[in-house]
Design a protein around this ligand. Sequence first.
Ligand SMILES: Nc1nc2c(ncn2[C@@H]2O[C@H](COP(=O)(O)OP(=O)(O)OP(=O)(O)O)[C@@H](O)[C@H]2O)c(=O)[nH]1
Length: 261
Amino acid sequence: MPFCPPVSRDRIISTFPKSYNPEACLQMKDDWDPKAKMACQDRAALLQGFDRLKMSKVVVVGDLNVGKTCLINRFCKDVFERDYKATIGVDFEIERFELSGLPYSLQIWDTAGQEKFKCIASAYYRGAQVIITVFDMADIKTLENTQQWLSEALRENEPNSCFVFLVGTKRDLLSAEECERTERDAINIAAEMNAEFWSVSSKTGENVQEFFFRVAALAFEDAILKDLETEPSTAQIGDGSILNDTALENAQEKQKKKSCC
Ligand SMILES: Nc1nc2c(ncn2[C@@H]2O[C@H](COP(=O)(O)OP(=O)(O)OP(=O)(O)O)[C@@H](O)[C@H]2O)c(=O)[nH]1
C-alpha cells in the first residue's frame, strides 16, 4: 500500500457535517449513507478502492476580487491577506482529510476572475467533482454573475457529475440586516443553480472550516457510492460480510501489484 502520512487532527471528520441553511442544501440527512458507511468500515473496501477514492477535484470560480484566494488560504493555511493580488491563471492546494477512518484529499483549484486570464483558467474546469461559485456579499453584481460562471464550468464536465456550491464571502462587511437580505437573494439563486448556499468570512474565519468539511464529506461519500456502483465486488464486500484472512490477503496482494505498476 502506498505510504500515507497521518492526517492532522483538525482534518479528521467523524460525523456528517451539517449544511449552513436547510433552505439551500444539497442533502438534508445528518448521517452518512448506510452503504457508504459499511464500505468504509470494511478494511478490504479501503484496499480495493484506494486508488480512486483518494482525491476529488474542486474548482473555485467567480468574479475578480470576490475573495476566492482568501477563502482557500484561510482554510488551507489559516491566513488572511488584506491586500489584493490577482490570481494569474490558476493555482491549487491539496488538503488532506480523514473521513470515516479513510484517507481522502481535496485538490482545490483557485482560478482567476480577471477576464484576460479566463481562457487559461477554463482549461482547468474539466474533471471537477465540486464547483464552488463565489460572490462578494458586499457587491451584489457579483451574485448576478455566478450563474454565468457556473454554466461555463459545467460546460466542461459531464451532466450531473458535479456538486455545486454558492458561497458568499466578506460577511464581516455587512450589518445583520444587510446580511439577511443578501442571503435571501442568494438562496433564491442557489435554488435555480441547484447549489448549496454558504455565507462565510475569510477575514474572521467564520464558517470557512465548516464549509470545506461539508464539501469534503459530500464529495467523499459520492466517490464511495460511485465506486460501489461501478465495482460490484467492492459492493459485496461493503455489504458488511466478514472477510476471512485469505480474502483480505488477496485484496492486499492485488493492491500491492497496483501500486507497484
Ligand atoms: N473584509 C473582507 N475582505 C475580504 C474577504 N475575503 C477577501 N477579502 C478581500 O478581497 C480582496 C480580494 O480577495 P482575493 O481572494 O484576492 O480575490 P479573488 O477572487 O481571488 O480575485 P482574483 O484572483 O482576481 O480572481 C482582497 O483585498 C481581500 O483582502 C473577507 O472575507 N472579508
